[in-house]
Every structure is written in structure tokens, then in C-alpha cells.
Design a protein around this ligand. Structure first.
Ligand code: ARG
Length: 462
């Protein structure tokens, strides 16, 4: 028996689709997530059709109320989703017809699934920008609390993961606040740019009905209708901007996650993760594994993958809509879900972790971390050119290495054997506390600078 043709568009078809055609064509398995946006868009459209006299007030009322019934059926899990009806748009409309009969058939006047899906997806992505913003603000607050507590806790700063110079814990935490704050601004920029309405572009060319696009745009919270109907149905750059912002954010998360993995290791012991954010090993009883940090570190893979996938889907598509574009949703959903999960997990870990202050300080003093302070002293106090001071300091580091001690453990006589101008007050700059306290340049690691930045961010994030 041949399957019957699609009830929504099957007028000219004698037979229904092959089962595999139906399988490749259907998006209802995932685009059902757009139901709230689809219904909001349709309700705005119906109200506008009545306001402009295109349909009657009674029909609009029946449509708008029926759509609320559909929404509650979907929310309670009572909705009969059908693969034969392909996507969320046709599933909702078909159900509306079951519920209210003939007026349902008037809803699609002056509209196409092309502008319909464009508006639904835009609304969904816009909401994700807002959620990302909130989640990032929460993460920044958790980092800020760490920064405030440890504005003067000394730790090693690294370049090449080699001890470079002592820095403060607060300064390190605030570095991430800066990055995540820029991520917030990227989502905000993307949101502002995407906040224009494609509804009313219809299939691609606009419509001959006297629609009011400003009315639907306003009802849906958009700033204005998009100015070109071809562009309105053809582009998915708004989703790409979201995914690009998400990718950069996930990259930042992966770096912090990596540091937490390193810092919580037995070799570093810079931080202790709380029990809530650690897992045990089924064979090695001593283990406390930072699984959440590792998974956050890995999430960049699928998020960046979604960005590359959608860029590749869109690349080279002729204007306007092509069915290729149905592939815009599934990976965007996945990327957004995983970004939100990673942000929430990172916020929890950061809020709960404890800095091991003694270990941080001991590590800060190792690796000749104040060698630059010594070189700077030679420049400032003895007037040496920096390159010469660098050379003298290098010789002193080699001497300390030979004696298996740190720079402050050398005697004054040791120092003077390399440069006879060196005085006893050089030892003042070799301590890590003095080192960080001296770095008072704007944006530097001195506790005074860190406290000023903490005050600034408290204002921004309150
Ligand atoms: N499910 C489709 C999508 O996500 C909706 C648009 C279909 N438009 C069309 N002309 N077949 O892209």
C-alpha cells in the first residue's frame, strides 16, 4: 500500500514519501525544542493578520487560544508528535487544525516555513545569548570572590609552564574575570545584531498581503523587521556568531579547567577541590580525580565542532533557503547545552575550591622566581644597563644552581664575587612578598592593584 501524501503540502502528490526519504527529511526529532518559539511567532503573526484585516478577529482569537492549548500539550508531554509531519512547524499547525478546525488553515497566510523557521531559531539563539550572559556573570562572581580573598596570596606566575615571576592569586583569578567578561560582551554584541525580525519575509520575496512587520517584530521583542526578505530567510550568521562566541568562551573555560587539573595534582597541590567536585577511582583508593574540569576542558571539541559544521553547511549555498539549512539546529542545540553545563560546573568548582596558600607560596619562591627583581635592582640601584644586569643575574642564578640553593640563600660575598657593587639591601627585593608588592604598574600583580580591580569588578557585577 502506498503511503498517502503529506496533508500540509501534498496537493499535487499522488503518493507519500519513501520511508528513507521521510527519515532524512524529518527534523521533528530535534526541532521540537523550538515549540515555544514557534508558538510565540505564530501567535504574533495571527494577531497581526487580524489587526491588518487579513483574517477575522474571531479566527485570530481561535488560533491564538488553540496555540496555547498546543503549547500546554507539548509541555505536559501529551502532544502526538508525527515524523510524517516533518518538523515542529507542521506538527503544531496540524494539531491546531485538529483542535480548532477551519480557522487553523488561515494561520499560514502571508507566511512561509522559511521565515517561520528563521524567526523561531533566532528567538531560540537570542535566549541562549541571555542564558550565557547570566551563567558567565555567575562564574565571574565566583572568581571575584576568590580574587578578593586572595588579593595578596603569593603564587608562581608561569610562562611556558616554567616558573617566571611571583604573582598573586587574586591577580590570576581576575585574569579569567577579564576573559569571561569579554565573552559576555561578545554574546551581547551578537544578540544586538541578531535582534531583527525575519517574520513577514514569507518564502523569500515578501508578500502581497498588507502585513505589518513592525507589529510582529515588536511583539516578539525585536528592534525592527529585517530590511531584505531574501537575506531574512537565507542567512544563519546569527547562529554562527553565537557559536563563535561559544567557541571562544569554551576555549577560555578549557584553559581554566586545565589549570585546575594541574593545580589539583599531587605534584602541584595548589588547590584542593571539594568532595562535591571530585571523583574517586574504582581501583586506586588514594585518587581524587578532577573529572568535571577534564570534561569542561574537552567540551571545546564539540562546541567548536558545531561552529565548523554550520560554517561548512552554509558555505557556498546559493540564495535563498535551501534544505541544507535544516542542519543548522541540532549541533547548535548541543553546543549551547554543553556550554551552559560547562559554565555551571566551572562556577561550582571555582566557588568550592580551596587555594593551598602555603604550597602556593613555597612554589612561588622556587625556580629563581625573583631573578627579574634582582636584575631590576641592579639597574635601579647601580645604574647597570638592563642587558648587563640580566647577564650578572644569570651568573648568580647559575651559582645558586651550582650550590643547590635559592637566590636569597647566597651570601653577600657570593654576590659581590660576581659584581662588587652589590649591597646587602639587595636581599630586600629577593623575597616574593616584596616582589609582588613592588609591581604596582597599572594592571600589575601588586595586592594594591588587585584590590583596586576587585573593587571595579564588584561594581560591574553587582
Ligand atoms: N524544517 C525546516 C528547516 O528547519 C523548515 C523550513 C522548511 N522550508 C521549506 N521550504 N521546506 O529548515
Amino acid at each position: 500500500m502506498t503511503k498517502s501524501a503529506n496533508t500540509m503540502w501534498g496537493g499535487r502528490f499522488a503518493a507519500g514519501p519513501d520511508a528513507i526519504m521521510e527519515a532524512i527529511n524529518a527534523s521533528i526529532g530535534y526541532d521540537r525544542r523550538l515549540a515555544p518559539q514557534d508558538i510565540a511567532g505564530s501567535r504574533a503573526h495571527a494577531a497581526m493578520l487580524a489587526a491588518t484585516g487579513i483574517i477575522s478577529d474571531n479566527d485570530a482569537k481561535a488560533i491564538r487560544e488553540g496555540l496555547l492549548t498546543v503549547l500546554s500539550e507539548i509541555e505536559t508531554g501529551d502532544f502526538p508528535f508525527s515524523t510524517a509531519l516533518e518538523d515542529i512547524h507542521m506538527n503544531v499547525e496540524a494539531r491546531l487544525r485538529d483542535l480548532i478546525g477551519e480557522p487553523a488553515g488561515r494561520l499560514h497566510t502571508a507566511r512561509s516555513r522559511n521565515d517561520q523557521v528563521a524567526v523561531d531559531f533566532r528567538l531560540w539563539v537570542r535566549d541562549q545569548c541571555d542564558q550565557a550572559d547570566e551563567a558567565l556573570a555567575a562564574l565571574c562572581r565566583a572568581l571575584l570572590a576568590q580574587a578578593e580573598a586572595g588579593a595578596d596570596w603569593v603564587m608562581p606566575g608561569f610562562t611556558h609552564l616554567q616558573t617566571a615571576q611571583p604573582v598573586t592569586w587574586g591577580h590570576h583569578m581576575l585574569a579569567y574575570v577579564e576573559m569571561f567578561a569579554r565573552d559576555r560582551s561578545r554574546f551581547a554584541d551578537a544578540r544586538a545584531r541578531m535582534n531583527t525580525s525575519p517574520l513577514g519575509a514569507a518564502a523569500l520575496a515578501g508578500t502581497s498581503f498588507p502585513i505589518d512587520r513592525q507589529m510582529t517584530a515588536t511583539a516578539l521583542g525585536f528592534d525592527r523587521p529585517m530590511s531584505n526578505s531574501l537575506d531574512a530567510v537565507a542567512d544563519r550568521d546569527f547562529a554562527l556568531e553565537f557559536l563563535a562566541s561559544a567557541s571562544i568562551c569554551a576555549m577560555h573555560l578549557s584553559r581554566l579547567a586545565e589549570e585546575l587539573v594541574i593545580w589539583s595534582s599531587a605534584q602541584f597541590r595548589f588547590v584542593k577541590m571539594s568532595d562535591k567536585w571530585s571523583t574517586g577511582s574504582s581501583i586506586m583508593p588514594q585518587k581524587r580525580n578532577p573529572d568535571a574540569a577534564e570534561l569542561i576542558r574537552a567540551k571545546i571539541g564539540r562546541i567548536f565542532g558545531a561552529n565548523v559544521a554550520l560554517m561548512t553547511v552554509m558555505k557556498g549555498l546559493p540564495l535563498t533557503y535551501s534544505k541544507d539549512m535544516q542542519e543548522d539546529k541540532e549541533q547548535t542545540f548541543d553546543a549551547a547545552d554543553n556550554l551552559m553545563l560547562a559554565l555551571a560546573a566551572m562556577t561550582g568548582m571555582v566557588a568550592d575550591m580551596t587555594a593551598e596558600r602555603d604550597n602556593l607560596k613555597a612554589a612561588a619562591a622556587g625556580g629563581f622566581s625573583t631573578a627579574t627583581d634582582l636584575a631590576d635592582w641592579l639597574v635601579r640601584e647601580l645604574g647597570l644597563p638592563f642587558r648587563d644586569a640580566h647577564h650578572v643575574t644569570g651568573s648568580l642564578v647559575a651559582m645558586a644552581e651550582g650550590k643547590d640553593c635559592d637566590l636569597p640563600d647566597l651570601t653577600l660575598a657570593d654576590m659581590q664575587s660576581v659584581h662588587d657593587g652589590i649591597r646587602a639591601d639587595v636581599f630586600d627585593v629577593l623575597g616574593v612578598e616584596n616582589s609582588v608588592a613592588s609591581r604596582t604598574s597599572f594592571g600589575g600583580t601588586a595586592p594594591s592593584q588587585v584590590r583596586a580591580q576587585v573593587a571595579h569588578w564588584k561594581e560591574v557585577l553587582k
